[in-house]
Design a protein around this ligand. Structure first.
Ligand SMILES: Nc1ncnc2c1ncn2[C@@H]1O[C@H](COP(=O)(O)OP(=O)(O)OP(=O)(O)O)[C@@H](O)[C@H]1O
Length: 787
């Protein structure tokens, strides 16, 4: 019988918490042709890796080359441009900030005096915000009304980043600017806008049909070892890249460091905007019930879901959990969760972690990293001597840090599942979007040994919660989930602070699906020298799941909305159980696209950081359990979120960076299931492809959009609220302004922005406040209208 969760529990309910009855039988797409009929007309897809389980069915008739269609796919050379990154965030404020950043943080370093000053101001603001929250005043409204305050808050990030500019990736996740960063605590992954730039001018793409053809030929050589082929391709690419770097006399990474050093954190803003008033009671109930409810829900669903979805088992190892030295109580919990064999990453990491070693682990998306770090952590708690009930400040033994609220909730839910038979071990979550005072009360009333937290909120507690620092001195295991993101500039200061607050003598576990070289170089910040790096992604194989088909479509901006509509219509028509994520560049663009698709009568929901936490939780839970739904989202859903059975991920416009592309794509194809990914770019965005050229992404020819459909979309655009289109325009401008390769030429940027405006049906681009234009460094650029 389905178990009905109270609303406050739904945040934590993941796929497995849904009841079997709530799932219609999932018939995984049997072939690509069922998913995209248009590809029959326009596409040719090569059979994917020969012999890969679960992908053979893709080489059906729909993948046979159509005469004359071959030019639609090029996998060969892509442009020379190099990309790099930076970040952005909060949408409304962000737009402006970018300009400010440009003029201030790029060109000059703030002095340490500036830094301290700003940091102090920010701290004071944070404190007064908290006290406002405690008094129950509406901080959301306040924040919206006080742009300058927000800007100051963001500058805290900027200053922080300036102080640690030696880390090249820092600037990637500029949480804060794009209005997306509203996960109030700086913690959010939200709309991190990365900047791509290249020292080389121009985005010319040398399409090399010869290469494409030879690649196809290789793919079709069924007898050849596909892994060797992949390796060969990768080596060639690597060599080519090195050659490019040598020619320039400066490496891509160095260039990125030079340009981006400093920008990073500033974009990560601590906002208090979406603390939901009136959620307190819900939260209380939530914490009381969390342990039992999760276990039960999970139990009910797992089996049904596992048996009904078509998937490959390649992510599973042959090792069973009971072959490892795990406590009987944990084994019972694992069994109830429906887990029998370990996933590959669990098999690889568990024995090492159980020995007490520090581990940096990399494994593909959707392959069970959460259990991989939670299970051995629980074992540490289970082996620790019990603490007297009357100890005033019982130690926190395991501290798990996650970059977003959704992820923190999800990890806590998974922990509760595993802890079903450990009645004496408790888990709690602290994260932005709920009241600090409420969490303080809860932690006092119900001390736990395992704490899951978002970084900003944890830091708040370290600084403002009496006795909390003492409790942290008990930490034996520190986990950084999405470690590369957490060690990035946007979170760096918080993480440093947190690391300083836990004992040196501890075990540290860093997990992610992407671990760029820069993170390898700075992981000593958290890890012991003798840590083990466990990489379950084989050398020479791509970082994405092989059973996910990846394509990119390149079309002028004015075609994007009609194309998106056609893609979604066709996909939903062909898949009864379709479940689609559409990623957009910023929160405001997300809102506008969601409005448009709703006008077009598609079954759509939206989620982004401009929405209050209660709404985000509700929509997230609905999407988790639904079939036949499209979720238009900003990067709040990019990392870690475990929505089951997503059939298609569409990314519209530039992803923040290569890693973000991989994580977004990773929302489909989880647990070995099949999936599709489409990246929709404008011709001038094609330079991004060079950053993912080692991934098996192919170019697709455009599906045709008939005149009637085009008109329909245009009419629907007219019905999208003017203010939402205006906000999207401004956000779009802010986002791309921050991408050096685009924003480096302001005149061109404005031309492109106005093209985007026209694509929304606004021939006359919306006017932007002078102040914001100034901040963006766009004053007096022809084509812009100011007010
Ligand atoms: N041993 C197992 N057997 C079967 N399913 C498992 C096992 N371990 C974990 N899972 C399930 O696999 C799914 C994906 O796990 P998880 O979210 O931890 O992936 P991940 O590797 O962290 O992905 P991402 O990189 O996107 O964060 C979850 O639904 C989880 O419950």
């Amino acid at each position: 019988m389905p178990i009905k969760l109270p609303p406050q529990l739904r945040l934590l309910s993941s796929s497995r918490f849904s009841t079997g009855a709530s799932f219609r039988s999932y018939r995984a797409s049997t072939a690509f042709c069922r998913i995209f009929p248009f590809r029959l007309k326009h596409l040719w897809l090569p059979p994917r890796i020969n012999g890969q389980p679960g992908v053979r069915r893709l080489s059906t008739r729909s993948f046979r080359p159509r005469p004359g269609a071959s030019s639609g796919f090029t996998r060969g050379s892509r442009e020379n441009a190099r990309a790099s990154k930076s970040l952005i965030e909060d949408e409304t404020e962000l737009n402006d900030m970018v300009g400010y950043l440009r003029t201030n943080s790029f060109s000059g370093r703030l002095t340490s005096e500036d830094e301290d000053d700003n940091a102090d101001r920010a701290r004071n603001r944070a404190r007064s915000r908290d006290s406002e929250r405690n008094r129950g005043q509406g901080s959301l409204k306040k924040r919206r009304e006080s742009e300058w305050d927000d800007f100051g808050e963001s500058s805290r990030r900027k200053n922080r980043s300036n102080s640690v500019n030696s880390f090249s990736r820092s600037s990637r996740y500029g949480n804060g600017l794009d209005g997306e960063l509203e996960d109030d605590d700086d913690d959010d992954d939200d709309d991190n806008a990365e900047k791509f730039y290249s020292r080389k001018k121009g985005f010319a793409t040398k399409r090399d049909n010869g290469n494409a053809n030879s690649w196809r030929g290789k793919r079709n050589e069924g007898n050849l070892d596909s892994r060797n082929l992949r390796k060969g391709r990768m080596n060639l690419r690597r060599e080519a890249k090195h050659r490019e770097e040598e020619e320039d006399g400066v490496s891509f990474e160095e260039e990125r460091k030079r340009v981006m050093g400093g920008l990073g954190e500033l974009l990560s803003e601590e906002s208090s905007s979406d603390v939901d008033e009136g959620e307190d009671d819900d939260d209380e109930v939530f914490m009381k019930n969390v342990s039992s409810a999760f276990g039960l829900e999970n139990n009910n669903v797992k089996g049904g879901q596992r048996s009904s979805a078509r998937k490959t088992d390649s992510y599973l190892s042959e090792t069973r959990f009971d072959q490892c030295s795990i406590s009987p109580l944990s084994l019972k919990g694992i069994k109830d969760a429906g887990y029998e064999k370990m996933t590959v990453v669990q098999e690889a990491t568990l024995p090492v972690i159980l020995k007490g070693k520090d581990v940096l682990a990399k494994a593909k998306t959707g392959t069970g990293k959460t259990v991989a770090f939670l299970l051995p952590s629980i074992e540490v708690v289970a082996k620790s001597p019990p603490v007297d009930r009357d100890v005033k400040r019982p130690p926190i033994l395991v501290l798990v840090i996650c970059p977003t609220r959704e992820l923190a909730s999800q990890a806590a839910a998974e922990a509760n599942t595993l802890l079903k038979y450990h009645p004496t071990i408790g888990v709690q979550v602290v994260m932005g979007g709920t009241r600090l005072a409420l969490e303080q009360k809860r932690m006092q009333a119900n001390p736990c040994q395992i704490l899951v937290a978002t970084p900003g909120r944890l830091r708040d507690h370290i600084e403002n919660t009496a006795g909390f620092a003492t409790r942290l001195m008990g930490v034996k295991v520190l986990v950084l989930d999405e470690a590369d993101h957490l060690l990035d500039m946007g979170f760096r200061k918080d993480i440093e602070k947190i690391i300083a607050a836990v004992p040196k003598q501890r075990q540290t576990l860093l997990f992610s699906a992407t671990i760029p070289e820069e993170v390898r170089q700075i992981c000593h910040l958290a890890l012991k020298r003798d840590h083990e790096f466990i990489n379950t992604v084989q050398e020479g194989s791509e970082e994405t799941n092989t059973q996910v088909i990846q394509m990119h479509l390149v079309a002028p901006l004015d075609k994007h909305f009609p194309l998106l509509y056609v893609l979604l219509k066709e996909h939903s028509a062909d898949n009864v159980d379709y479940k689609v994520l559409v990623f957009c560049t910023t929160a405001m663009v997300t809102r506008m696209v969601a409005d448009l698709l709703s006008e077009l009568k598609l079954n759509v929901r939206e989620i982004h950081s401009r929405k209050p936490q209660s709404y985000r939780t509700r929509v997230s839970e609905e999407f988790r359990k639904s079939k036949g739904l499209i979720l238009v989202t900003s990067d709040v859903s990019a990392r870690g979120v475990d929505y089951p059975d997503v059939t298609l991920v569409v990314q519209v416009g530039l992803p923040v960076d290569r890693e973000q592309y991989i994580h977004r794509l990773g929302r489909t194809g989880r647990k070995g299931k099949e999936g599709q990914g489409i990246l929709l770019l404008a011709p001038w965005e094609e330079f991004f492809l060079s950053t993912i050229k080692d991934l098996p992404i192919t170019k697709a020819t455009l599906p045709s959009v008939d005149p009637e459909t085009k008109k329909k979309v245009e009419r629907a655009l007219c019905h999208v609220e003017m203010k939402n289109r205006e906000a999207a325009y401004q956000a779009w401008l802010g986002y791309y302004n921050s991408i050096r390769k685009v924003g480096g030429d302001k005149y061109r940027l404005v031309e492109l922005a106005n093209e985007f405006s026209r694509s929304m049906g606004l021939d006359n681009p919306p006017a932007i406040p002078k102040l914001i234009l100034n901040k963006m460094g766009l004053r007096n650029i022809p084509g812009l209208r100011s007010k």
